[in-house]
Design a binder for this molecule. Structure first.
Ligand SMILES: *Cc1c(COP(=O)(O)O)cnc(C)c1O
Ligand SMILES: [Zn+2]
Length: 499
Protein backbone atom coordinates (compact mmCIF):
# COMPACT_ATOMS: atom_id res chain seq x y z
CA UNK A 1 0.00 0.00 0.00
CA UNK A 2 1.26 3.49 -0.83
CA UNK A 3 1.90 5.91 2.06
CA UNK A 4 -0.80 8.34 0.88
CA UNK A 5 -3.42 5.57 1.03
CA UNK A 6 -3.07 4.97 4.78
CA UNK A 7 -5.58 6.66 7.09
CA UNK A 8 -4.63 10.22 7.97
CA UNK A 9 -4.21 9.59 11.69
CA UNK A 10 -1.77 6.73 11.06
CA UNK A 11 0.43 8.45 8.47
CA UNK A 12 2.57 10.44 10.94
CA UNK A 13 3.50 7.21 12.73
CA UNK A 14 4.07 4.90 9.80
CA UNK A 15 7.75 5.66 9.45
CA UNK A 16 9.53 5.77 12.78
CA UNK A 17 11.99 8.55 13.41
CA UNK A 18 14.99 7.60 15.45
CA UNK A 19 14.85 9.22 18.80
CA UNK A 20 15.44 6.92 21.77
CA UNK A 21 18.31 7.34 24.21
CA UNK A 22 19.79 3.90 24.55
CA UNK A 23 22.33 2.92 27.18
CA UNK A 24 23.88 -0.28 28.44
CA UNK A 25 23.01 -0.98 32.06
CA UNK A 26 24.97 -3.46 34.16
CA UNK A 27 22.86 -6.11 35.89
CA UNK A 28 25.42 -6.29 38.70
CA UNK A 29 26.28 -2.75 39.79
CA UNK A 30 23.65 -0.81 37.75
CA UNK A 31 26.35 1.31 36.11
CA UNK A 32 25.31 2.85 32.78
CA UNK A 33 27.38 3.28 29.62
CA UNK A 34 26.86 4.92 26.28
CA UNK A 35 26.28 2.75 23.23
CA UNK A 36 28.91 4.51 21.09
CA UNK A 37 31.26 1.71 22.06
CA UNK A 38 30.75 -2.02 21.63
CA UNK A 39 30.42 -3.47 25.11
CA UNK A 40 29.48 -6.93 26.33
CA UNK A 41 30.17 -6.87 30.04
CA UNK A 42 30.44 -4.13 32.63
CA UNK A 43 33.93 -2.61 32.61
CA UNK A 44 33.57 -2.09 36.37
CA UNK A 45 32.29 -5.43 37.64
CA UNK A 46 32.26 -7.81 34.67
CA UNK A 47 28.55 -8.61 34.85
CA UNK A 48 26.35 -8.86 31.72
CA UNK A 49 24.47 -5.86 30.36
CA UNK A 50 21.03 -5.08 29.01
CA UNK A 51 20.10 -2.15 26.81
CA UNK A 52 17.58 0.35 28.14
CA UNK A 53 15.92 3.34 26.55
CA UNK A 54 16.15 6.34 28.87
CA UNK A 55 13.38 7.98 26.84
CA UNK A 56 11.05 5.02 26.97
CA UNK A 57 8.37 7.11 28.67
CA UNK A 58 7.71 8.76 25.32
CA UNK A 59 6.30 5.42 24.15
CA UNK A 60 3.52 5.80 26.70
CA UNK A 61 2.42 9.06 25.09
CA UNK A 62 0.89 6.93 22.38
CA UNK A 63 -2.01 4.80 23.58
CA UNK A 64 -1.74 1.03 23.46
CA UNK A 65 -4.60 0.96 20.99
CA UNK A 66 -2.88 3.38 18.66
CA UNK A 67 0.33 1.31 18.82
CA UNK A 68 -1.68 -1.74 17.83
CA UNK A 69 -3.06 0.08 14.82
CA UNK A 70 0.38 1.42 13.87
CA UNK A 71 1.85 -2.10 13.85
CA UNK A 72 -1.16 -3.50 12.03
CA UNK A 73 -0.91 -0.85 9.32
CA UNK A 74 2.84 -1.34 9.02
CA UNK A 75 2.05 -4.85 7.81
CA UNK A 76 0.91 -3.22 4.58
CA UNK A 77 3.80 -0.82 4.24
CA UNK A 78 6.30 -1.53 1.48
CA UNK A 79 9.45 -0.38 3.16
CA UNK A 80 12.27 -2.94 3.38
CA UNK A 81 13.69 -1.60 6.63
CA UNK A 82 10.35 -2.17 8.35
CA UNK A 83 9.54 -5.55 6.84
CA UNK A 84 11.39 -7.59 9.45
CA UNK A 85 12.00 -7.12 13.15
CA UNK A 86 12.00 -3.35 12.80
CA UNK A 87 8.24 -3.25 12.33
CA UNK A 88 8.60 -2.65 16.08
CA UNK A 89 11.45 -0.17 15.60
CA UNK A 90 10.50 2.04 18.54
CA UNK A 91 10.80 -0.97 20.88
CA UNK A 92 13.77 -2.75 19.30
CA UNK A 93 16.31 -0.19 18.24
CA UNK A 94 14.95 3.34 18.11
CA UNK A 95 18.40 4.85 17.62
CA UNK A 96 19.07 2.83 14.48
CA UNK A 97 18.29 4.97 11.41
CA UNK A 98 16.33 3.09 8.76
CA UNK A 99 19.26 3.51 6.32
CA UNK A 100 21.38 1.32 8.61
CA UNK A 101 18.85 -1.51 8.94
CA UNK A 102 19.96 -4.86 7.50
CA UNK A 103 16.95 -6.86 6.34
CA UNK A 104 17.48 -10.35 4.95
CA UNK A 105 13.92 -11.62 5.34
CA UNK A 106 13.92 -12.43 9.04
CA UNK A 107 10.97 -12.34 11.39
CA UNK A 108 7.20 -12.62 10.99
CA UNK A 109 7.45 -16.38 10.99
CA UNK A 110 4.09 -18.14 10.81
CA UNK A 111 2.21 -19.50 13.77
CA UNK A 112 0.60 -22.76 12.75
CA UNK A 113 -2.23 -24.28 14.72
CA UNK A 114 -1.83 -27.98 15.42
CA UNK A 115 -4.42 -30.14 13.69
CA UNK A 116 -7.43 -31.33 15.73
CA UNK A 117 -6.14 -34.86 16.21
CA UNK A 118 -2.79 -33.70 17.58
CA UNK A 119 -4.51 -31.15 19.84
CA UNK A 120 -6.84 -33.88 21.11
CA UNK A 121 -3.90 -36.11 21.81
CA UNK A 122 -2.08 -33.41 23.80
CA UNK A 123 -5.24 -31.99 25.37
CA UNK A 124 -4.45 -28.30 24.88
CA UNK A 125 -5.00 -25.86 22.07
CA UNK A 126 -1.60 -25.04 20.65
CA UNK A 127 0.40 -23.55 17.83
CA UNK A 128 3.96 -23.90 16.67
CA UNK A 129 5.68 -20.66 15.79
CA UNK A 130 8.16 -21.78 13.18
CA UNK A 131 11.34 -19.83 13.67
CA UNK A 132 13.05 -22.30 11.36
CA UNK A 133 11.48 -20.24 8.57
CA UNK A 134 13.99 -17.45 9.10
CA UNK A 135 16.72 -16.96 6.45
CA UNK A 136 19.40 -19.10 8.11
CA UNK A 137 16.67 -21.39 9.43
CA UNK A 138 16.71 -20.46 13.12
CA UNK A 139 15.53 -17.68 15.43
CA UNK A 140 19.12 -16.44 15.74
CA UNK A 141 18.51 -14.31 12.63
CA UNK A 142 16.31 -11.99 14.69
CA UNK A 143 19.20 -11.12 16.98
CA UNK A 144 21.72 -10.92 14.18
CA UNK A 145 19.56 -8.50 12.19
CA UNK A 146 19.66 -6.25 15.24
CA UNK A 147 23.36 -6.73 16.07
CA UNK A 148 24.50 -6.22 12.47
CA UNK A 149 22.19 -3.23 11.93
CA UNK A 150 23.82 -1.68 14.99
CA UNK A 151 27.31 -2.45 13.64
CA UNK A 152 26.29 -0.99 10.28
CA UNK A 153 25.08 2.15 12.06
CA UNK A 154 28.42 2.40 13.87
CA UNK A 155 30.27 1.95 10.58
CA UNK A 156 28.16 4.63 8.90
CA UNK A 157 28.78 7.00 11.79
CA UNK A 158 32.51 6.36 11.62
CA UNK A 159 32.66 4.99 15.20
CA UNK A 160 33.90 1.69 13.80
CA UNK A 161 35.92 0.59 10.82
CA UNK A 162 36.88 -2.90 9.67
CA UNK A 163 34.96 -5.17 11.97
CA UNK A 164 35.89 -8.76 12.71
CA UNK A 165 32.78 -10.36 14.14
CA UNK A 166 33.24 -13.53 16.19
CA UNK A 167 31.02 -15.96 18.03
CA UNK A 168 30.94 -19.34 19.69
CA UNK A 169 28.06 -21.48 18.63
CA UNK A 170 26.07 -24.66 19.04
CA UNK A 171 25.55 -24.27 15.27
CA UNK A 172 22.84 -21.75 14.61
CA UNK A 173 24.46 -18.61 15.99
CA UNK A 174 27.39 -19.10 13.65
CA UNK A 175 25.11 -19.76 10.68
CA UNK A 176 23.22 -16.54 11.36
CA UNK A 177 26.32 -14.47 12.20
CA UNK A 178 28.13 -15.60 9.08
CA UNK A 179 25.10 -14.91 6.89
CA UNK A 180 24.47 -11.38 8.15
CA UNK A 181 28.17 -10.49 8.26
CA UNK A 182 28.64 -11.67 4.67
CA UNK A 183 26.01 -9.15 3.57
CA UNK A 184 27.91 -6.20 4.99
CA UNK A 185 31.05 -5.06 3.20
CA UNK A 186 33.67 -4.18 5.77
CA UNK A 187 32.63 -6.94 8.14
CA UNK A 188 34.47 -10.26 8.28
CA UNK A 189 33.40 -13.09 10.51
CA UNK A 190 35.01 -15.97 12.36
CA UNK A 191 33.10 -18.63 14.26
CA UNK A 192 34.14 -21.18 16.88
CA UNK A 193 32.29 -24.50 16.94
CA UNK A 194 32.64 -27.48 19.26
CA UNK A 195 34.19 -30.22 17.12
CA UNK A 196 31.58 -32.80 16.02
CA UNK A 197 28.91 -31.12 18.15
CA UNK A 198 27.16 -29.24 15.38
CA UNK A 199 25.27 -30.94 12.58
CA UNK A 200 26.74 -31.19 9.06
CA UNK A 201 24.09 -28.78 7.81
CA UNK A 202 24.97 -26.23 10.48
CA UNK A 203 28.67 -26.59 9.68
CA UNK A 204 28.00 -26.04 5.99
CA UNK A 205 26.24 -22.73 6.63
CA UNK A 206 29.12 -20.51 7.87
CA UNK A 207 31.46 -22.22 5.41
CA UNK A 208 29.14 -21.32 2.58
CA UNK A 209 28.84 -17.73 3.78
CA UNK A 210 32.62 -17.40 3.67
CA UNK A 211 33.31 -17.15 7.40
CA UNK A 212 36.50 -18.48 8.92
CA UNK A 213 35.43 -21.58 10.83
CA UNK A 214 37.36 -22.98 13.79
CA UNK A 215 36.51 -26.34 15.29
CA UNK A 216 37.47 -26.64 18.95
CA UNK A 217 37.70 -29.76 21.12
CA UNK A 218 35.06 -29.88 23.87
CA UNK A 219 31.54 -28.52 24.09
CA UNK A 220 29.95 -25.10 23.56
CA UNK A 221 30.88 -23.87 27.04
CA UNK A 222 34.56 -24.36 26.15
CA UNK A 223 34.21 -22.41 22.89
CA UNK A 224 32.45 -19.64 24.77
CA UNK A 225 35.40 -19.28 27.14
CA UNK A 226 37.79 -18.87 24.20
CA UNK A 227 35.55 -16.33 22.50
CA UNK A 228 35.37 -14.40 25.76
CA UNK A 229 39.15 -14.41 26.01
CA UNK A 230 39.35 -13.10 22.45
CA UNK A 231 36.77 -10.36 23.00
CA UNK A 232 38.41 -9.29 26.29
CA UNK A 233 41.85 -8.94 24.74
CA UNK A 234 41.45 -8.18 21.06
CA UNK A 235 39.58 -5.80 18.84
CA UNK A 236 36.64 -7.97 17.79
CA UNK A 237 32.86 -7.65 17.76
CA UNK A 238 31.26 -10.41 19.82
CA UNK A 239 28.05 -11.74 18.32
CA UNK A 240 26.98 -14.16 21.03
CA UNK A 241 23.87 -13.30 22.99
CA UNK A 242 26.16 -11.78 25.59
CA UNK A 243 25.92 -8.92 23.10
CA UNK A 244 22.79 -7.14 24.32
CA UNK A 245 21.83 -6.06 20.79
CA UNK A 246 21.05 -9.69 20.06
CA UNK A 247 18.50 -9.65 22.87
CA UNK A 248 16.77 -6.55 21.46
CA UNK A 249 16.28 -8.20 18.07
CA UNK A 250 14.97 -11.41 19.58
CA UNK A 251 12.28 -9.48 21.45
CA UNK A 252 10.51 -9.34 18.09
CA UNK A 253 9.38 -12.92 18.72
CA UNK A 254 7.13 -11.70 21.55
CA UNK A 255 5.86 -8.70 19.61
CA UNK A 256 4.83 -10.96 16.75
CA UNK A 257 2.98 -13.32 19.05
CA UNK A 258 1.16 -10.36 20.57
CA UNK A 259 0.20 -9.06 17.15
CA UNK A 260 -0.77 -12.46 15.74
CA UNK A 261 -3.03 -13.13 18.73
CA UNK A 262 -4.75 -9.74 18.25
CA UNK A 263 -2.97 -8.40 21.35
CA UNK A 264 -5.13 -10.59 23.59
CA UNK A 265 -2.78 -12.75 25.62
CA UNK A 266 -5.16 -13.52 28.47
CA UNK A 267 -4.87 -17.30 28.04
CA UNK A 268 -1.57 -17.43 26.24
CA UNK A 269 1.33 -19.66 27.24
CA UNK A 270 4.65 -19.34 25.44
CA UNK A 271 6.85 -22.43 25.59
CA UNK A 272 10.49 -22.33 24.57
CA UNK A 273 13.74 -24.25 25.00
CA UNK A 274 16.59 -22.79 27.04
CA UNK A 275 20.25 -23.10 26.16
CA UNK A 276 22.38 -20.01 26.71
CA UNK A 277 19.15 -18.34 27.92
CA UNK A 278 19.32 -15.41 25.51
CA UNK A 279 16.02 -16.29 23.92
CA UNK A 280 13.99 -16.57 27.11
CA UNK A 281 15.58 -13.30 28.24
CA UNK A 282 14.41 -11.62 25.05
CA UNK A 283 10.95 -13.15 25.15
CA UNK A 284 10.31 -11.96 28.71
CA UNK A 285 11.81 -8.55 28.00
CA UNK A 286 9.65 -8.14 24.89
CA UNK A 287 6.39 -8.94 26.65
CA UNK A 288 7.35 -6.64 29.51
CA UNK A 289 7.93 -3.73 27.15
CA UNK A 290 4.61 -4.21 25.37
CA UNK A 291 2.88 -4.55 28.72
CA UNK A 292 4.40 -1.36 30.07
CA UNK A 293 3.38 0.53 26.94
CA UNK A 294 -0.19 -0.73 27.32
CA UNK A 295 -0.11 -2.66 24.04
CA UNK A 296 -1.01 -5.88 25.84
CA UNK A 297 -2.87 -5.89 29.14
CA UNK A 298 -1.91 -9.37 30.30
CA UNK A 299 1.51 -10.98 30.49
CA UNK A 300 1.40 -14.50 29.07
CA UNK A 301 2.70 -17.49 31.00
CA UNK A 302 6.23 -18.45 30.03
CA UNK A 303 7.41 -22.05 30.19
CA UNK A 304 11.17 -22.57 29.80
CA UNK A 305 12.16 -26.12 28.90
CA UNK A 306 15.44 -27.95 29.38
CA UNK A 307 16.63 -31.47 28.66
CA UNK A 308 17.59 -33.66 31.62
CA UNK A 309 21.03 -33.70 29.99
CA UNK A 310 21.54 -29.92 30.16
CA UNK A 311 19.30 -28.46 32.85
CA UNK A 312 21.11 -25.84 34.97
CA UNK A 313 18.26 -23.30 34.75
CA UNK A 314 15.61 -25.86 35.65
CA UNK A 315 17.68 -26.92 38.66
CA UNK A 316 18.13 -23.36 39.81
CA UNK A 317 14.37 -22.85 39.96
CA UNK A 318 13.72 -26.16 41.73
CA UNK A 319 14.39 -24.29 44.96
CA UNK A 320 11.09 -22.55 45.77
CA UNK A 321 12.61 -19.97 48.12
CA UNK A 322 14.03 -17.16 46.02
CA UNK A 323 16.64 -16.33 48.65
CA UNK A 324 18.03 -19.84 48.80
CA UNK A 325 18.48 -20.32 45.07
CA UNK A 326 22.02 -20.88 43.97
CA UNK A 327 23.19 -21.14 40.41
CA UNK A 328 25.45 -24.13 39.76
CA UNK A 329 26.91 -24.54 36.25
CA UNK A 330 27.00 -28.15 35.17
CA UNK A 331 28.67 -30.52 32.78
CA UNK A 332 26.29 -31.35 29.97
CA UNK A 333 25.61 -34.80 28.54
CA UNK A 334 24.83 -35.60 24.91
CA UNK A 335 21.50 -34.15 23.83
CA UNK A 336 19.43 -34.22 20.67
CA UNK A 337 18.43 -30.68 21.63
CA UNK A 338 22.02 -29.98 20.72
CA UNK A 339 21.48 -26.28 20.08
CA UNK A 340 20.53 -25.93 23.74
CA UNK A 341 23.24 -28.19 25.16
CA UNK A 342 24.76 -25.62 27.49
CA UNK A 343 25.76 -26.05 31.12
CA UNK A 344 26.68 -22.49 32.01
CA UNK A 345 24.24 -20.11 30.31
CA UNK A 346 25.68 -16.66 29.80
CA UNK A 347 22.31 -14.95 30.27
CA UNK A 348 21.48 -16.55 33.62
CA UNK A 349 21.79 -13.22 35.52
CA UNK A 350 19.40 -11.67 33.00
CA UNK A 351 16.92 -14.51 33.50
CA UNK A 352 17.06 -14.15 37.28
CA UNK A 353 16.52 -10.40 37.00
CA UNK A 354 13.68 -10.60 34.48
CA UNK A 355 11.83 -13.51 36.10
CA UNK A 356 11.50 -11.43 39.27
CA UNK A 357 10.25 -8.40 37.37
CA UNK A 358 7.94 -10.46 35.21
CA UNK A 359 6.21 -12.17 38.11
CA UNK A 360 6.03 -8.93 40.05
CA UNK A 361 4.30 -7.08 37.21
CA UNK A 362 2.10 -10.08 36.46
CA UNK A 363 0.97 -10.06 40.08
CA UNK A 364 1.87 -13.73 40.59
CA UNK A 365 3.97 -16.53 39.28
CA UNK A 366 3.82 -16.64 35.49
CA UNK A 367 7.23 -18.11 34.70
CA UNK A 368 7.79 -21.84 34.92
CA UNK A 369 10.68 -24.17 34.25
CA UNK A 370 10.35 -27.83 33.33
CA UNK A 371 12.72 -30.58 32.32
CA UNK A 372 12.08 -33.31 29.76
CA UNK A 373 13.82 -36.53 28.77
CA UNK A 374 15.78 -37.02 25.58
CA UNK A 375 13.29 -39.70 24.66
CA UNK A 376 10.38 -37.25 24.96
CA UNK A 377 12.19 -34.63 22.91
CA UNK A 378 12.75 -36.99 19.98
CA UNK A 379 9.32 -38.63 20.20
CA UNK A 380 7.62 -35.22 20.29
CA UNK A 381 9.62 -33.87 17.37
CA UNK A 382 8.64 -36.86 15.24
CA UNK A 383 5.03 -36.79 16.43
CA UNK A 384 4.75 -33.10 15.52
CA UNK A 385 6.30 -33.62 12.13
CA UNK A 386 3.98 -36.52 11.36
CA UNK A 387 1.21 -33.96 11.82
CA UNK A 388 2.32 -31.31 9.39
CA UNK A 389 4.95 -29.41 11.34
CA UNK A 390 8.62 -28.79 10.64
CA UNK A 391 9.78 -28.88 14.24
CA UNK A 392 13.45 -29.30 15.09
CA UNK A 393 14.51 -31.27 18.19
CA UNK A 394 14.31 -28.06 20.21
CA UNK A 395 10.76 -27.63 18.87
CA UNK A 396 10.11 -31.19 20.02
CA UNK A 397 11.49 -30.09 23.37
CA UNK A 398 8.88 -27.31 23.45
CA UNK A 399 6.08 -29.81 22.83
CA UNK A 400 7.49 -32.17 25.46
CA UNK A 401 7.70 -29.14 27.75
CA UNK A 402 4.06 -28.27 27.15
CA UNK A 403 3.10 -31.78 28.23
CA UNK A 404 5.33 -31.56 31.29
CA UNK A 405 3.80 -28.19 32.21
CA UNK A 406 0.33 -29.68 31.83
CA UNK A 407 1.24 -32.51 34.15
CA UNK A 408 2.46 -30.00 36.71
CA UNK A 409 -0.88 -28.16 36.48
CA UNK A 410 0.74 -25.04 35.06
CA UNK A 411 -1.26 -25.20 31.84
CA UNK A 412 -5.00 -25.83 31.80
CA UNK A 413 -7.69 -26.53 29.22
CA UNK A 414 -8.51 -22.82 28.73
CA UNK A 415 -4.97 -22.03 27.70
CA UNK A 416 -3.62 -21.49 24.22
CA UNK A 417 0.03 -22.38 23.89
CA UNK A 418 2.54 -21.07 21.37
CA UNK A 419 5.50 -23.42 21.07
CA UNK A 420 8.79 -22.14 19.79
CA UNK A 421 10.25 -24.38 17.12
CA UNK A 422 13.54 -22.55 17.17
CA UNK A 423 15.06 -23.99 13.99
CA UNK A 424 14.13 -25.95 10.90
CA UNK A 425 13.96 -29.72 11.22
CA UNK A 426 16.28 -30.33 8.27
CA UNK A 427 19.21 -28.84 10.18
CA UNK A 428 18.93 -31.81 12.52
CA UNK A 429 18.17 -34.58 10.02
CA UNK A 430 20.99 -36.67 11.52
CA UNK A 431 19.10 -37.22 14.77
CA UNK A 432 16.05 -38.39 12.87
CA UNK A 433 18.34 -40.71 10.92
CA UNK A 434 19.79 -42.14 14.15
CA UNK A 435 16.27 -42.68 15.44
CA UNK A 436 14.99 -44.37 12.30
CA UNK A 437 18.18 -46.42 11.97
CA UNK A 438 18.08 -47.35 15.70
CA UNK A 439 21.64 -46.13 16.00
CA UNK A 440 21.58 -43.78 18.99
CA UNK A 441 24.76 -44.11 21.07
CA UNK A 442 23.80 -45.24 24.60
CA UNK A 443 24.60 -41.88 26.24
CA UNK A 444 21.52 -40.30 24.63
CA UNK A 445 19.21 -42.73 26.42
CA UNK A 446 16.82 -42.97 23.51
CA UNK A 447 15.01 -46.13 22.44
CA UNK A 448 13.25 -45.57 19.11
CA UNK A 449 9.53 -46.36 19.10
CA UNK A 450 8.44 -48.76 16.36
CA UNK A 451 5.45 -46.71 15.26
CA UNK A 452 7.56 -43.57 14.81
CA UNK A 453 10.30 -45.22 12.76
CA UNK A 454 10.19 -44.65 9.03
CA UNK A 455 12.69 -45.93 6.47
CA UNK A 456 12.75 -45.99 2.68
CA UNK A 457 11.77 -49.19 0.86
CA UNK A 458 14.03 -50.16 -2.02
CA UNK A 459 12.00 -51.70 -4.81
CA UNK A 460 13.87 -54.10 -7.04
CA UNK A 461 11.92 -57.30 -7.72
CA UNK A 462 14.25 -60.29 -7.80
CA UNK A 463 12.97 -61.60 -11.11
CA UNK A 464 13.70 -58.31 -12.81
CA UNK A 465 17.07 -58.59 -14.50
CA UNK A 466 17.02 -55.30 -16.44
CA UNK A 467 16.71 -52.07 -14.43
CA UNK A 468 17.61 -48.55 -15.51
CA UNK A 469 20.67 -46.78 -14.17
CA UNK A 470 21.83 -43.16 -14.49
CA UNK A 471 23.09 -42.79 -18.08
CA UNK A 472 21.73 -46.24 -18.98
CA UNK A 473 18.02 -45.84 -19.57
CA UNK A 474 15.75 -48.72 -20.57
CA UNK A 475 13.64 -48.58 -23.72
CA UNK A 476 10.95 -50.54 -25.52
CA UNK A 477 9.84 -53.84 -24.06
CA UNK A 478 12.45 -53.80 -21.26
CA UNK A 479 11.11 -50.44 -20.05
CA UNK A 480 7.48 -51.61 -20.25
CA UNK A 481 8.31 -54.71 -18.28
CA UNK A 482 10.21 -52.75 -15.64
CA UNK A 483 7.38 -50.22 -15.17
CA UNK A 484 4.68 -52.91 -14.96
CA UNK A 485 6.60 -55.11 -12.59
CA UNK A 486 7.62 -52.32 -10.17
CA UNK A 487 4.15 -50.76 -10.23
CA UNK A 488 2.67 -54.17 -9.37
CA UNK A 489 5.15 -54.60 -6.53
CA UNK A 490 4.26 -51.18 -5.04
CA UNK A 491 0.53 -51.78 -5.49
CA UNK A 492 0.95 -55.05 -3.62
CA UNK A 493 2.81 -53.44 -0.73
CA UNK A 494 0.28 -50.60 -0.49
CA UNK A 495 -2.60 -53.08 -0.87
CA UNK A 496 -4.10 -50.97 -3.63
CA UNK A 497 -7.39 -52.06 -5.22
CA UNK A 498 -7.76 -52.22 -8.98
CA UNK A 499 -10.04 -49.61 -10.62
C1 LIG B 1 20.38 -21.10 20.20
C2 LIG B 1 19.31 -22.08 20.11
C3 LIG B 1 18.54 -22.46 21.22
C4 LIG B 1 18.82 -21.96 22.59
O1 LIG B 1 18.54 -20.59 22.70
P1 LIG B 1 19.25 -19.71 23.83
O2 LIG B 1 18.97 -18.33 23.50
O3 LIG B 1 20.71 -20.05 23.75
O4 LIG B 1 18.66 -20.15 25.13
C5 LIG B 1 17.49 -23.33 21.03
N1 LIG B 1 17.22 -23.84 19.82
C6 LIG B 1 17.94 -23.51 18.73
C7 LIG B 1 17.59 -24.13 17.42
C8 LIG B 1 19.00 -22.64 18.83
O5 LIG B 1 19.71 -22.34 17.74
ZN1 LIG C 1 28.79 -3.55 36.81
Amino acid sequence: MKPQDFPKEIRPYLQPSHQGRLIYRCLGCQAEFGIEKLAYVCPQCGQVLLIYDLNSDRLKEISGELWQRIFDYRRMLNLDALKGIYRYHEFIGPVIPLEAVIYLGEGHTPIIEANPSLQDKIGVRFYFKNDGQNPSASFKDRGMASALSYINFMLQKGYLSEVLAICASTGDTSAAAALYASYLPGVKSAVLLPHKKVTPQQLSQPLGSGATVFEIPGVFDDCMKIVEALSDNYNVALLNSKNAWRILGQESYSYEIAQDLEYDLSNAVVVLPIGNAGNITAVMSGFLKFYEAGIIDVLPKIVGVQSEHANPVYRYYLEPDENNRKFVPLTVKSSVAQAAMIGNPVSMPRVIHLVKRYNKLAGGSKTFFVEVSEQNIMDCELLANRNGHIACPQGGESLAGLMAAQKRGVVDSQDVAVLDSTAHTIKFAGFQEMYFGQQFPPDYNITPKRDLINTPVYVHPEDLDKVPAPGRPLAGEALDHFVKRVAAEIAGMLELKKV
